[in-house]
Design a protein around this ligand. Sequence first.
Ligand SMILES: [Zn+2]
Length: 312
Amino acid sequence: MPHTLQEAIAYFANPDHCFAYAVKLRWPDGKILCPRCGSDRHSFISTRRMWFCKGCKKQFTMKVGTIFEDSPLGMDKWMAAFWLLVNCKNGISSYELGRDLGVTQRTAWFMLHRIRLALQQGSIKKMSGEIEVDETFMGGKSRNMHLSKRRAKITGTGFKDKTAVLGFLRRGGEIRAEVVSSTKRKALVPHIERHVEEGSALYTDALASYDGLAAKYGHQVIDHAIAYVCGRVHTNGLENFWSLLKRTIRGTYVSVEPFHLDRYLDEQMFRFNNRLDKNDGQRFVDAMSQVSGRRITFNQLTGKVDDPRQIN
Ligand SMILES: [Zn+2]
């Protein structure tokens, strides 16, 4: 098992290593099953690194039924791309990745989005304990706008050209963040109820949209006009995550379409939730173990057909 980028590149440069390793991650219990019919009766065609299924009489590769399906790229390139995205603290742009792997920027862009799909969290079990809840705005170019136009666009609950994001942080644990339609009360409360167990301690800022949460939660408010911390009442954990997220998006990705923002959130959440107690190799294994059962086509990614996301 490689521990560093250099070891990983050397290891995955050997196609036999790479294939054996990918197969082990794809079928961790060692039982290779046909992804189409589930049959375990098959023969291996070693020259082509694929199987012939005796059940459905079709051939399959380790890529079928995973985010790699239909990709002509070798697993060595996929493995290196995974390693870079999960371990570079501020992400990696499609331009950088394209240069590193010797593929076009467009190919690298598609690879990175497929990898982000694998990084998407599976569990939506409610969070409990001490939870920070906070909202922020992403994107937008209002800074570069003429003042009169900027005034017209900026409204009481946010910026019309920006995307609102709501975050949840369990103190000392997991982070979750998702795009929300606005920061109005009716948009935020259903998200809070879906993610946080009733009776949990909830810390928010003084945004009026959070009024009324005390009926279900131990809700305490920090009014940022007065102070940022009052004992345990603060949202500094989430503020830290927002600044990491904004640094990544501004510094690495430069601009992100609101349409794709969820995927960049998935990427940043994965790194944040796996930053402690894990080395680069373990983060890589965890990400690679989620490649099955997830697929996205170029048309889905670019909005030409419906997106298969299951979690909002
Ligand atoms: Zn089959």
